[in-house]
Design a protein around this ligand. Structure first.
Ligand code: SF4
Ligand code: SF4
Length: 422
């Protein structure tokens, strides 16, 4: 019987780990997992994916005739992921060029000009001070899970002088967003001068307030009308509808754009937030909060299932990016009021503002950092999972919960991670 060429389309994402082979077609979202126990089918695809075969495998006439091979061919054709042609139909082995992602200007291989380093900064999260008279229950922990105001143990303040110097330096960076946070931002000692210092900047300014901050100081909020920042209202409690309604009304009167970030630690709190939003005419962004005891809530509402991963239909650009870097973290720095600079609040400081320039922090993160270039393929247990390149990037929650597999796909024992704490 005649031999054939079994081929896999170049756009198909394939992963082979721990006795499983995943094939995923980003064009139509179809996928198939073959497991070691499927014998011939698994080994056939394993040979097809071997680097030396470049996704084109010659199969003998008897292999071609086997039911397992016929099943594979039919599944590849049915999902538009591959084909099988008689060997005689081509002169020699058909050429296939499977794409592989590659960072051309990689600072870890060769020093890069300063300009290349600067290009990477997109987002800055800046804590100006941490004074606040409120006492939200998650204050000390939430800012390590998502962007949120906090009262830090020290009373450091980032002076307006230092802020002015930072903003001047930023003029040579392609920054897109500047997040400003306190404490209570309206109690920043040099608040009166802040709108002027921030005026006429090319980036989007996003400011975070508790509704009560705004209700207590509406005149200070009004001084932002010319600056037109986006306001994020951080809501922790479930009984703050009145203050929230008043804060929303003030923001509407000032014609400021705003969003409500509602921190929820249970399904009940999520329902209360949604009901309050419906009553007040907005759709809150729900931010799951790990309080140290609500793992069941996270398992139910935050952990990913296979259907969530495939349902998001990751495209080749996303898949290749996931193979090289963390898209959530890349290009983002956080600066605390004492001037310490971080790529993640769960990683060591990259240095101190005023001692080194921003490009030095970026260079340190790109060369030795633990955040921007940390992919699922480099952490356990994701490194052994066929979904690693399709799965969303590593989040701060994973550091807080002390495990990377916040999913219902891979339940291997969680891996102890340094600094795991609420
Ligand atoms: S408003 Fe923000 S800074 Fe103030 S207590 Fe609440 S979380 Fe902390
Ligand atoms: S979180 Fe990790 S273990 Fe879970 S599906 Fe994603 S890559 Fe796999």
């Amino acid at each position: 019987m005649l031999s054939h060429w079994l081929t896999l389309e170049p756009y198909v994402h394939a992963a082979c780990k721990q006795g499983q082979i995943l094939l995923y077609n980003p064009l139509n979202g179809q996928w198939r997992i073959y497991i070691l126990s499927e014998g011939t089918a698994f080994h056939l695809l394993g040979r097809l994916l071997a680097p030396e075969n470049m996704r084109v495998l010659e199969i003998t006439g008897s292999e071609y005739a086997s039911p397992a091979c016929q099943r594979v061919i039919s599944e590849l054709r049915g999902s538009f992921m591959g084909d099988c042609i008689p060997a005689a139909a081509s002169q020699g082995k058909p050429v296939q060029l499977p794409p592989r992602p590659y960072i051309d200007a990689d600072i870890r291989r060769a020093p890069q000009p300063l300009e290349n380093c600067r290009q990477n900064l997109r987002e800055l999260v800046l804590y100006l001070h941490s004074g606040c008279r409120l006492s939200c229950s998650g204050c000390q922990a939430a800012y390590r899970q998502f962007t949120c105001c906090t009262k830090l143990p020290n009373s450091a303040v980032l002076s307006l002088d230092r802020l002015g110097g930072l903003l001047a330096e930023l003029s040579s960076y392609p920054l897109e967003r500047l997040h400003l946070l306190g404490g209570n931002l309206l109690e920043y000692p040099e608040w009166d001068k802040l709108p002027k210092v921030l005026a006429n900047r090319p980036w989007q300014v996003i400011m975070y307030f508790h509704p009560e901050h705004i209700c207590l100081d509406p005149a200070k909020l009004a001084s932002l009308a010319g600056l037109k920042p986006e306001v994020r209202l951080v809501v922790f409690e479930t009984d703050s509808s009145e203050r929230l309604a008043a804060a929303v009304m003030l923001l509407k009167q000032l014609h400021l754009s705003w969003k409500v970030q509602w921190v929820v630690a249970s399904r009940e709190q999520a329902q209360i937030a949604q009901q309050a939003g419906a009553r007040l005419g907005f759709c809150p962004q729900l931010l799951p909060f790990y309080d140290g005891s609500n793992i069941p809530f996270f398992q139910e509402c935050v952990f990913l299932g296979q259907e969530d991963i495939t349902g998001s239909r990751p495209q080749p650009k996303t898949i290749y990016a996931n193979m090289l870097l963390n898209q959530l973290a890349f290009g983002r720095l956080t600066i605390l009021p004492d001037g310490q600079v971080y790529s993640s609040l769960h990683a060591p400081s990259l240095g101190r503002l005023g001692v080194d320039g921003l490009h030095v922090f970026i260079e340190r993160e790109l060369k030795n950092g633990r955040s921007w270039l940390t992919t699922r393929a480099s952490v356990a247990p994701c490194q052994d999972c066929v979904w690693a390149a399709l799965c969303p990037p590593i989040t701060e929650y994973e550091h807080v919960l002390g495990r990377h597999n916040l999913c219902r796909v891979n339940h291997q024992a969680s891996v102890e991670m340094a600094g795991a704490s609420v």
